[in-house]
Design a protein around this ligand. Structure first.
Ligand code: PGA
Length: 256
């Protein structure tokens, strides 16, 4: 794992954004895996400001709430158009987000996996991390080999996300999410985490055992996982000084 620690959340977002900017410039037909939540907002703003060409870019989002249609203000469809897609020249047909209104959920999940395969797989996948270690909506105990499927949210995640809804009761119970196996298939993964609330989950993911109870720890099995953290999210890492030293002494060709 490549752990990059920056002084502020703002800088962490810009470093993570740079990985996507470089990918889009080098590979104008890249397949990107995208994420929602509070964390990627600054990153998306940076990508919009970079005025990149999205005409041939294809995207697959990690997850969606079951029961929420694209018009719902808290749907991840709405989030993505509002915060990124409406501001770049991406083609609507090149955007894929799990269908929150799917009638046949398992068929819809298989089709989503098939669409990722047909696109040639994901080049770079953006991830946040839940305070319980979830990536996508793969809650603790998710199979490390899981594929896109329905999941039931934990109470903790529903509480964490209640700030976007009127109350916890309004947060859907179920979601469709790419699986951990789906995420591990991406050729490169960039996880962005900021704030003290993520420090335990990050420490477990980087320095704890590989285990389903911290889904982000599965990234220990990935060949190209980059974790971009601010100081607060990195604050429980025992080997933070080592990661800083590695980053400071990176060979020039390895810098993004
Ligand atoms: P957040 O969510 O960015 O809103 O903290 C991250 C996540 O739950 O994956």
């Amino acid at each position: 794992m490549d752990v990059i620690i920056t002084p502020t959340a703002e800088e962490a977002s810009l470093v993570a954004a740079r990985h996507f900017e470089v990918e889009i410039r080098q590979n104008p037909a890249a397949v990107l895996g995208l994420a929602t939540g509070s964390t990627p907002l600054r990153l998306y703003r940076a990508l919009i400001d970079a005025r990149l060409d999205w005409a041939r870019i294809r995207t697959f989002n990690l997850d969606e709430y079951l029961g929420l249609g694209p018009g719902h203000l808290q749907s991840y469809h709405h989030f993505m158009w509002e915060n990124l897609f409406n501001h770049v020249n991406i083609r609507r047909e090149n955007v894929s987000i799990p269908d929150g209104l799917a009638q046949n959920v398992s068929a819809s999940c298989s089709a989503y996996e098939g669409a990722i395969r047909a696109a040639g797989g994901i080049d770079v996948q953006l991830l946040g991390i839940g305070s319980d270690g979830h990536i996508g909506f793969n809650e603790p105990s998710s199979s490390l080999a899981s594929r896109t499927r329905i999941k039931t949210l934990t109470e903790k995640t529903r509480r964490d996300n209640a700030r976007f809804f009127g109350s916890i009761e309004e947060v859907p119970m179920h979601v469709i999410t790419m699986g951990i196996g789906t995420i591990l298939d991406a050729r490169k993964v960039v996880l962005l985490a900021t704030g003290e609330g993520k420090a335990d989950a990050v420490a477990g993911a980087v320095e704890g055992p590989l285990m389903a109870m911290n889904p982000a720890s599965a990234l220990q099995m990935h060949r190209r996982a980059v974790l971009v953290l601010d100081e607060a999210a990195a604050s429980r890492l025992r080997h933070a000084d080592y990661y800083r030293w590695v980053d400071a002494n990176r060979p020039e060709w390895q810098r993004v």
